[in-house]
Design a protein around this ligand. Structure first.
Ligand code: P6P
Length: 342
């Protein structure tokens, strides 16, 4: 036979990954394939946003205090509808929903929980900037027949799968089940995700820093001094770094995974001059992105410790977030330790 004429598509990758684990029941495979289906539907809606008059606001606010856009609602409904009847989840959490989302009584519960941000970066949609979906999958740990918050609020070091979909010039799904990080690009003509980035590895050290420097005055001293440091000229150490900031976490993290460097959303002292508060949410933004970073050979930190080791205290908990090339994240941590105390 000639070389595999269809290459490796996502379905084949998921199937082969399952076959590599004899104990696998196939539940996780079903979940990942269903995520891909939902992603295709959202991709079509996002790509037609300007045409299908879905731009604009619903006039409501979510728990984050952000104005909810119609595409947020559409994307949220698509993922909930894709998951709720599957029989593989016991409970869900969404950035758009204040409380945990139970599986409706008419459907069976399964052995996993899922937390997701259905359309991250949506404030950029009107400017046609890339947006994305982020997902995090844990095993069910509660004893009852139905799931509860404890199945969602697990540390990222227990994740079984995580990934994102970036709806950009092309739609890409990037995910890991703990055995490398792999990227699949949607071929809209056949409606399949085809493998385009096998075993993504983040460079050990990069030359790009990515953050909203408008918040510089609210950052803690160690973070400010680190950013000052990477902007100083020192050719031997590859400084100054270039700055790239899209303001859509999925797009900024996708670039960081591929090109290296450091993405930062530091905690700021706006609300409380004694305690830096992050903006990005732990369960469905920072932990899944940290899982991908580490499985791609990079690192992800709160500035003082591993993001994946943070024990969640609430569904929409926020943490400071620094992620990307290991050398760059470790250097950031050294500045925080030096100027703010370990
Ligand atoms: P800022 C988008 O609203 C988001 O949640 C992330 O996608 C992004 O990284 C961050 O907020 C951007 O925040 O304060 O720079 O606009």
């Amino acid at each position: 036979m000639t070389e595999n004429p269809i290459g490796v598509n996502l379905t084949r990758h998921i199937h082969q990954t399952q076959q590599a684990h004899p104990e696998a029941t196939g539940e996780l495979s079903t979940i990942l394939n269903q995520i891909a289906l939902a992603a295709k539907i959202v991709s079509r809606k996002v790509n037609r946003a300007g045409l299908a008059d879905v731009l604009g606001y619903t006039g409501t606010e979510n728990i984050q205090g952000e104005e909810v856009r119609r595409l947020d609602v559409l994307a949220n409904d698509v993922f909930i509808s894709a998951f709720d009847h599957l029989g593989n989840f016991c409970v869900m959490a969404s950035e758009e929903v204040d409380e945990a989302i139970p599986i409706p009584d008419e459907y069976l519960c399964g052995g996993y929980s899922v937390a997701f941000d259905p359309l991250d970066g949506s404030s950029n949609i009107d400017a046609n900037v890339s947006v994305g979906t982020i997902f995090a999958v844990h095993r069910k740990i509660s004893f009852g027949p139905r799931g509860d918050n404890s199945d969602l609020m697990q540390p990222g070091n227990r994740l079984v799968a995580a990934g994102y979909v970036v709806y950009g010039s092309s739609t890409m799904l990037v995910m890991s089940t703990g055995n490398g990080v792999h990227g699949f690009t949607l071929d809209p003509e056949i409606g399949e995700f085809l493998e385009s980035h096998r075993d993504i590895k983040i460079p050990e050290k990069g030359k790009i820093y990515s953050c909203n420097e408008g918040n510089y005055g609210y950052w803690t001293e160690g973070v400010r001094r680190y950013v000052d440091h990477i902007k100083e000229s020192d050719e031997a150490s590859g400084r100054p770094y270039s700055t790239r900031y899209i303001g859509s976490m999925v797009a900024d993290m996708h670039r960081t995974l591929l090109y290296g460097g450091i993405f930062m959303y530091p905690g700021d002292l706006k609300k409380d001059p004694t305690t830096p508060h992050g903006k990005l949410r732990l369960l469905y933004e920072c932990a899944p992105m940290a899982f991908l970073c580490e499985h791609a050979g990079g690192a992800a930190s709160t500035g003082r410790g591993r993001v994946l080791d943070v024990i969640p205290e609430s569904l929409h908990q926020r943490v400071p977030f620094f992620a990307g090339s290991t050398n760059d994240v470790r250097e950031l941590e050294s500045f925080v330790a030096k100027y703010e105390g370990a």
